[in-house]
Design a protein around this ligand. Structure first.
Ligand code: ZN
Length: 696
């Protein structure tokens, strides 16, 4: 089932979109040399920039290829805004019109509140928080807003409404912003309610949950036992009462497909325009991929999308890669519709060597894992995850972006053709750089020796953990005959994440890693252990609202592992909660013994998975991963909030510009610059990439 929590790790049918543990990666300053990593800070958000190392060294054709793909990645921006909520474009364009033309006082507190609201809307691609989905509450009054509205000239308001509709538009925008009872939640997941009627997202209109579920169940049934089914409903809106597109109008629900000439056609045409440019400078393999993507955008036929995915996943050699399309379904409470997203990237050769070594030794890791031999895979194939440098992020990857991607999502393509897994190192580097000196470690890490190790090896430890988790962890082990893998039900994903994390934790502390040249010493592992246990037992609570328990799968898995190790090692004082001056600290006293505990738990969690032992899986997660100690929680929140850290982060893109030769007029280079502010970038994107009507 879809889940909108893009920033943390999310599992949907084995596909992973994972992100930084934001708690220890945030600050408001940060800096190295004259490169400013953190460029804006408001509410619970910080905006950073990322570097694109290696871009300058690419050849002109490669740079151009990235440039064209980047334009394609930005051209679909408005699609996501409209998908999130059908008033988002009206709100954004009205606010931007005010921001551009307001001639009154820009130094007042109310203006500052207006500006913060606009920054939040930009960050969330709409009026609902990008993570929680709750509608924003403005920090300024409706009366102040009326004064702002009165000052906006017609030409600064959304292009496609006539002056006569001004009052109507502004009334609607005002209502959306100020009436808390209207559209309170983007995606409602509460069982027992009609999830479509109670969610503000724009994937369905005039259709009940039961009708939508029946519609897609019927469609799947009509497909019979097709071993290669399309991703039903992925690229369309399900509606029944939109006469603009209904020809002929039907009473029964029907789909409006997102394609050239269809819904969102104007933006899709722009995407196709840039893809065609990219096609001209692409290599042979990528010509084929781009061609199939263009074909899909033209027809809207999901068979074409599958053909594109197969071509894409089989290309593991190309230096430059990209994602562009309707991909993840976390924004749909029914988990069917794909939100539009894009990114452009190229291989980080040096870091990819690291994942290659891990992958090449996959069998050794499997054979030596501390699980019962019958639960091990006889023949294991490591996923060759590549490490990439991202050049542009767009759509649902912007500004909040995942640090890794594992695609495609279609089960049968993964089964028959495999999947591509990437970690995005220049984004994780930016998080690390931006977090330097934010005071987090000084506040939560008691011992100087641990802080030193984290400073020195924290980044490497974190990256290696991710590599081991992705390349080996998820792919290790096997089910015993008769077990299907679905037995663990609602605990399945937390148990699965535990398994992958434990695999990573166990092997990051193996001397084999030193032997393979992946780490200089086990100090890398001890840095990771100290961070992981502190996070699982304590600091990740900073993300939870008082009174709530741990709900998100990855947070549950981290707490479950840390808590289990804490309790299991209690007699030997392996992990200790030290209280000093009224502050609690998590300290690992015996790293070697902790590794043994990790191995022991890996054996048990693998058994639970292999045997499909629902009761044991439930007990492990419920007993160790869910409950929150309210006193500790309150303490963490207080200490965390005192640091004024932002729990959520995102990024502006670098800016790419074509450089022309003065004599010939031909393109001689693509220049990358990093000096655009958050507001400037958002205003520029709003101006240059607004291809859709305000109402679609
Ligand atoms: Zn995972």
């Amino acid at each position: 089932m879809g889940d909108m929590k893009r920033i943390l790790t999310i599992i949907a049918m084995g596909a992973t979109v994972f992100g930084m543990e934001a708690c220890d990666k945030t600050d408001k300053k940060g800096g190295e040399g004259d490169f400013q990593w953190t460029i804006d800070r408001f509410d619970d958000i910080k905006v950073m920039r990322y570097r694109v190392p290696g871009f300058e060294e690419l050849g002109l054709e490669q740079k151009l290829f990235i440039y064209y793909l980047s334009e394609a990645a930005l051209s679909g921006r408005d699609i996501l805004w409209d998908q999130n909520f059908d008033c988002n474009l009206a709100v954004r364009r009205t606010l931007e019109g005010i921001y551009r033309t307001w001639e009154g006082d820009r130094a007042s507190a109310e203006w500052a509140a207006f500006e913060t609201y606009l920054k939040k809307v930009w960050f969330a691609n709409g009026v609902h928080h990008h993570y929680s989905g709750d509608k924003f509450v403005p920090g300024f009054t409706a009366e102040y807003f009326d004064a702002l509205l009165a000052g906006v000239p017609n030409e600064a308001l959304p292009l496609d409404f006539s002056a006569g509709e001004r009052e109507q538009l502004l009334a609607a925008v005002r209502e959306v912003i100020f009436d808390p009872a209207l559209y309170p939640l983007r995606v409602n997941q509460a069982e027992g309610e009609d999830l479509l009627a109670t969610s503000a997202m724009n994937y369905y209109e005039g259709v009940s949950q039961a009708e939508a579920e029946k519609f897609y169940a019927d469609m799947a049934a009509a497909g019979g036992s097709d071993p290669t089914p399309v991703s039903y409903g992925l690229n369309s809106k399900l509606t029944r009462n939109k006469p603009k597109y209904a020809t002929p109008q039907e009473a029964a629900p029907y789909e409006i497909v997102w394609r050239e000439g269809g819904m969102y056609g104007a933006a899709i045409s722009q995407i196709v325009f840039w893809l065609e440019k990219a096609y001209e400078v692409a290599g042979e393999t990528q010509k084929k991929i781009i061609k199939s993507l263009i074909e899909y955008y033209r027809t809207g036929d999901l068979r074409d999308f599958d053909a594109y995915n197969v071509a894409w996943v089989e290309d593991t050699a190309s230096e430059i890669d990209f994602v562009n399309g309707f991909i993840e379904s976390y924004g749909d409470p029914l988990g069917i519709k794909g939100s539009w997203e894009a990114n452009v990237s190229f291989v980080d050769r040096e870091a990819t060597r690291r994942t290659q070594i891990i992958s090449d030794n996959a069998q050794w890791f499997e054979d030596n894992s501390p699980v019962e031999p019958r639960f091990r895979k006889a023949e294991v194939k490591g996923v060759s995850a590549r490490v990439i440098t991202v050049a542009t992020i767009g759509g649902d990857c912007y500004p909040a972006t995942p640090i890794g991607i594992n695609l495609p999502n279609a089960d049968w393509i993964r089964r028959d053709h495999g999947s591509k897994s990437v970690t995005i190192q220049n984004i994780t580097d930016a998080y690390d750089k931006a977090a330097e000196g934010n005071g987090f470690r000084e506040e939560f890490v008691l011992r100087e020796e641990d802080r030193e190790r984290m400073k020195k090896y924290g980044s490497l430890g974190g990256n290696l953990h991710t590599d081991l988790h992705e390349c080996l962890g998820h792919g290790s082990g096997q089910l015993v005959p008769g077990v299907t893998g679905t037995e663990l039900r609602q605990y399945g994903s937390a148990v699965e994440e535990s398994r992958a994390d434990l695999f990573a934790l166990y092997y990051i502390a193996d001397p084999k890693l030193v032997e393979l040249g992946l780490i200089p010493s086990l100090d890398v592992a001890w840095a990771e252990y100290a961070s992981y246990m502190m996070n699982g037992l304590q600091t990740q609570l900073a993300r939870i609202v008082p009174g709530k328990s741990v709900e998100e799968s990855h947070m549950r898995n981290r707490q479950a592992i840390a808590q289990w190790c804490y309790e299991r090692g209690r007699a030997d004082n392996v992990i200790e909660k030290v209280v000093r001056d009224g502050k609690t600290y998590v300290v690992v006293n015996d790293f070697e013994r902790l590794r043994e505990l990790v191995g022991e738990l890996l054996g048990e969690v693998q058994r639970i998975k292999s045997e499909g032992d629902f009761e044991a899986g439930r007990d492990f997660i419920e007993n160790y991963g869910v409950r929150v100690d309210p006193a500790l929680h309150a303490e963490v929140l207080e200490r965390y909030n005192a640091l004024d850290l932002a729990p959520y982060g995102g990024f502006v893109n670098p800016r790419y510009e074509l450089v022309r030769d003065l004599n010939s007029g031909g393109i001689s280079d693509v220049r990358v610059t990093y000096d655009e502010s958050y507001v400037d970038q958002m205003m520029r994107y709003g101006r240059d990439y607004s291809f859709l009507p305000t109402r679609n």
